[in-house]
Design a protein around this ligand. Structure first.
Ligand code: GAR
Length: 188
């Protein structure tokens, strides 16, 4: 049995989708959902799904003592970042080599790095008149959005695309592919 911890800071649609995807699995279990944002909708989703919630802060994450203990106590094998907006400390990344997987709403290396998350990414894509965008699933290393790419899926950005419409198209790709790619990595 592989155990996952899902980290998120926002609405949690991907976190919920992953939990539902593995809900009847004999091979994969969601140990807990971790957030740095007590008010985020991901908290309500975790409660509804009856998944334990672990709260963290920027300081506690950087210190990594408490969180390391939680991850060990739950026997977590893989960490999934689904809209988690804090940068992970190097000691955490080094403790889980090739075992932390991030989802990013652009075709990295384009539109990655500090400040590039959620709608900011789509704003920049449209402003620059890109003709394609997409999603990237990658391993996390100590550099923002720069770890080895596992999977990318492209989509066409239409001439009259808006941030909202692009966000919706990206979300559909994320919901379709993220759990499947996680499963592939876990069970390889
Ligand atoms: C997703 O679109 C994910 O790709 C993005 O945050 C959103 C989270 O949505 N991640 C990043 O921008 C990481 N840099 P959700 O909370 O509804 O799953």
């Amino acid at each position: 049995m592989k155990k996952l911890a899902i980290f998120g800071s926002g609405t949690g649609s991907n976190a919920e989708n992953i939990c539902r995807y593995f809900s009847n699995s004999n091979c994969v279990k969601i140990a807990f959902i971790c957030t740095n944002n007590k008010d985020a909708f991901i908290v309500s989703r975790a409660k509804k799904l009856e998944i334990p919630i672990v709260y963290t802060t920027k300081n506690s994450l950087n210190n990594f003592t408490k969180l390391r203990k939680k991850l060990n106590d739950y026997g977590v094998d893989y960490i999934i970042l689904a809209g988690f907006l804090l940068k992970l400390p190097v000691k955490m990344v080094n403790s889980y080599p090739q075992k932390i997987i991030n989802l990013h709403p652009s075709l990295l290396p384009k539109y990655g790095g500090r400040g590039m998350y959620g709608a900011n990414v789509h704003h920049a894509v449209i402003k620059n008149k890109e003709t394609e965008s997409g999603i990237t699933i990658h391993f996390v290393n100590e550099l923002y959005d720069e770890g080895r790419v596992i999977f990318q899926k492209k989509l066409v950005v239409s001439v009259n695309e808006t941030v909202k419409s692009l966000e919706k198209k990206i979300r559909l790709l994320e919901l379709e592919y993220f759990p499947k790619i996680i499963e592939k990595i876990l069970l390889r």
